[in-house]
Design a protein around this ligand. Sequence first.
Ligand code: B12
Ligand SMILES: Nc1nc2c(ncn2[C@@H]2O[C@H](COP(=O)(O)OP(=O)(O)OP(=O)(O)O)[C@@H](O)[C@H]2O)c(=O)[nH]1
Ligand SMILES: [Mg+2]
Length: 390
Amino acid sequence: MTRCACNVEDFKPEPGAYRPQQLPEHPPRILLAKIGLDGHDRGVKVLARSFRDAGLEVIYTGLWQTCEATMHAAVQEDVDVVGVSLLSAAHMTIMPEMLRLRAELGIDHVPVVLGGIVPVADYPALEQMGVAAVFNPGSPLPKIIDKVYELAAGRRARDARDLGADYEKKDVRALAQLITAIQRRRPLDGFAAPRGKAVVVGVTGAPGVGKSSFIAKLGKELRQRGQRVAVVAVDPSSPVSGGALLGDRLRMMSSPPDRDFFVRSLSSRGEHDGLAPRCREVVDLLNGFGFDYILVETVGAGQADYGIHGVTQRVILVLMPDAGDSIQFSKAGLMEIASSFVINKADLPGADATEGQLRSALGDRRPVWRVCSVRDEGLAAVADWVQSLS
Ligand code: B12
Ligand SMILES: Nc1nc2c(ncn2[C@@H]2O[C@H](COP(=O)(O)OP(=O)(O)OP(=O)(O)O)[C@@H](O)[C@H]2O)c(=O)[nH]1
Ligand SMILES: [Mg+2]
């Protein structure tokens, strides 16, 4: 393998403390994408952190995405800006396809910006095809952040009555924009979601136990059974900047994209119950849209974070091997409100012991499953239980 020509050690990221002069009341949302085989994710990660510190909500979808999956994610997430990072010299192929899909999906109002290794000679052609801005490795972060804020500020919210009419026609863009309207506390002009009959299940557990990975695979299993699935995934927002790095979606990206697997990332925006503000209204909106199952992922939870109990019919508590012993499993709070337990990462040592201690501490009939989300193992039994709730 050829080594890179440049010295990586020379790179010193600028501190991410820059904030624009005037922060808007609600954080703008940007989706950051790495498309194709380009594995250079260092720059996009620096950006994600810097955007978060500058008060933006950042949805990072991870490496090796397709144009199609990225633009479908932009629709569901109702972002204000899409940012593409390309260091693979494929920009003159990928950007026209991104813009074609933007038009096809009816989200021409969303500016698409590009950053990475892009020869200046290509800038005019990119601008002409409709790319809103191009940034190269020399671009100062404050300049990038200001431009993103400027582009996001140019967006005009649609009239709630029009959105309501399109929602009733099952337009997924209207659903996504109504979620934003709810989150941003805009008046809905009398619009109310119809009653639905979805089963609403909460998924909670400590940070990093694999909640998102588990939801991705449970959702896949339910989709294979012909069920329509929506996910609300909450990640923490910064108490300092108000921004957030919304990383749950990264585990749930599917290619080709699936219209009946709707994922919406929300930030906690100062709520302390593991959920986002107005989470129940968001769930009602998804319910009225006709999903069969709605899965709500909390922020990485602690023992006293049981707000999810009030929003969902059942709660799955995700644990992992070596997560504690029978004393932890006997404590009050989260353990009490769980309807069932998933020991994820069952491929790791200690799953047997954790299951034994959990079962002995529970002493009741609540189900316990062992799952390995990364290997797609153990999901069928959980899906059977979820379906039995209908
Ligand atoms: C580090 C590095 C690597 C690392 C990547 C580690 C990682 N996880 O990212 C490793 C060693 C793995 C690597 C491998 C390769 N690399 Co390399 N790599 C680099 C190097 C030296 C630095 C990139 C970097 O991290 N910069 C620091 C970050 C912070 O900056 P940045 O990514 O440019 O991002 C900034 C801006 O561009 C901008 N930006 C970037 N994205 C976005 C997105 C938006 C929306 C916005 C607004 C702004 C923005 O803002 C960021 C912050 O300031 C560059 C050379 C260079 N000087 O750029 C070569 C370079 C990118 N690599 C190159 C090549 C060829 C390769 C390999 C093919 C080499 C090989 N034959 O194996 C492989 C391919 C790997 C793959 N799968 O894609 C070439 C690409 C040539 C081209 N495009 O024409 C370069 C340019 C080196 C060269 N001059 O030949 N590489
Ligand atoms: N070994 C192993 N790793 C897993 C498994 N499931 C998830 N992981 C890894 O665990 C890490 C965290 O996974 P996530 O799904 O993001 O965890 P999370 O609980 O949603 O994290 P937060 O939302 O940040 O609380 C990732 O690196 C996953 O790849 C599994 O079954 N086995
Ligand atoms: Mg998660």
